[in-house]
Design a protein around this ligand. Sequence first.
Ligand code: NAI
Length: 244
Amino acid sequence: MSRFESKVVVVTGAAQGIGEAYARALAAEGASVVVADLNVEAGEKVAADIGGLFVRTDVSSAESAEALVEQVTAAYGGIDGLVNNAAIYGEMQFDLLISVDWDYYRKFMSVNMDGALVMTRAVWKSMQQRGGGSIVNQSSTAAYLYSGFYGLAKVGVNGLTQQLAHELGGMGIRVNAIAPGPTDTAATRNQAGDASKELVKNLAIKRMGQPEDMVGACLFLLSGESSWVTGQIIAVDGGQTFRG
Ligand code: NAI
């Protein structure tokens, strides 16, 4: 159980939910894990539990992302893996593209779409110095189902995944994404409530995903087992979507 021995992996949004499950699983397989989140109290608790490092990070800020790289390099010497999981989700407002408050829309996209790019721009040089690395972006099946601003940001994440795979592939840095289906986190319970029961009826596998269901794909994409896989978006969704 040491696939990630001597590897340093940054997981954004790891203070709770799916990111926390990634952080815990990576630590269990030997990685030095950096919990990068805005939520100091919960983030510090996860980091302490897994013997990792908490760095308060705002993924929408280039300064914050660069400060994280400095802090991680000082602590662990460099970065091998990055999981761009952070997003505004649980507290998200519902609105239409034609009426959403413009400042809210800009803020939302700066976290949910640009955040993956901001973090990648800060981290890739460190990966290059280590001889390569792996980046996993958190998309969503929402990208295939609707393009309200939440889905639209994930469409953007899918585009970033494809483009960055090409820009970074020559340096041995791979970029892939996971598209989770409806997953039972506190954020989803807050967002969807009883609507999830209806959603589940349309899945091939008739239950909500659990954060742990995402872990296998994430660790596969971060590990050498996927060394010739890049630019891909893997749906882990109980059969919610099908793309031929
Ligand atoms: P969550 O809301 O529980 O966790 C998100 C984390 O991101 C929180 O810890 C929050 O503090 C952090 N965060 C928010 N803004 C940030 C910022 N600017 N900088 C740094 N950290 C920030 O969400 P959950 O359910 O764990 O989802 C995680 C990811 O998976 C998100 O990208 C979400 O869009 C995606 N996803 C979730 C699904 C679900 O059903 N739960 C389905 C498909 C995708």
